[in-house]
Design a protein around this ligand. Sequence first.
Ligand code: A2P
Length: 279
Amino acid sequence: MKHSTLTDTIGEALPVGAPEYAPPSSVSVETVLSVKHWTDSLFSFRMTRPASFRFRSGEFVMVGLMNGPKPILRAYSIASPAWDEELEFYSIKVPDGPLTSRLQLIQPGDKVLLGRKPTGTLVHDALTPAQRLYLLSTGTGIAPFASLVRDPETYERFEEVILVHTCRTVSELAYGEDIVNIAKADPLVGELAPEKLRLFNTATREDYVHTGRITTLIENGKLFDALGVPPLSAKTDRVMICGSKQVLEDLKVLSEKAGLVEGSNAVPGEFVIERAFVG
Ligand code: A2P
């Protein structure tokens, strides 16, 4: 799965540390505050946030390391909410990837590069109002939703928020579960999140409470039956989608089949996808 690291498949691994060369002006140098390894192939990390860095919950930004005289930067969804004083990211580890092979080694105190221009379409501004918000993700595609479920605006705008996460194995679902628990315990969203936020996890390659791809569960209606809600409808539902290229395409088709119209920052609509992660 490559959607959080794009074309992270070439180059040489270099040790992590303070940049030897001056980074370009398009990035700031930030300090790693904490790192958590969730599985052999997944980790999250938090870094300092510059005072001038503004973003909307759900956006992505370039993150990276210096590689000799040049930076290696990849698009990463910001997994922390817009109000947070720190920035959080969730990443896969690509064994031979020029960025993640080194990024997975970062420790608190290390320096990382942060782009100055966050952007993206998985934002509230790109959706028209409705009753229910679906956040549909596979793998590390949950990252922008880790931001949105911790943002009070999500609960001000919607009566019900359903976060769906499909992964190959049960252990890959842990980050999303942790984020939902954090959201429900957070005083800022804590009053609304416990009653409005629901997490629906599915595993595709291991036994679990719910199994199968999110696409299959929408098509056969099992998702809606399990949640006790009516099928997808433009009248009541809005959808944000984040995953691999094929997941985006398949969920776009299913959203359109249900009558939803794609939105953008310029023209808000009924569902949005994040094309930046197409790898
Ligand atoms: P599957 O195990 O059936 O391939 P990956 O790690 O390859 O990015 O996949 C993450 C999760 O997304 C896996 O559970 C995978 O299911 C699922 N997945 C992959 N492709 C699609 C798709 N086109 N539609 C829905 N889910 C998908």
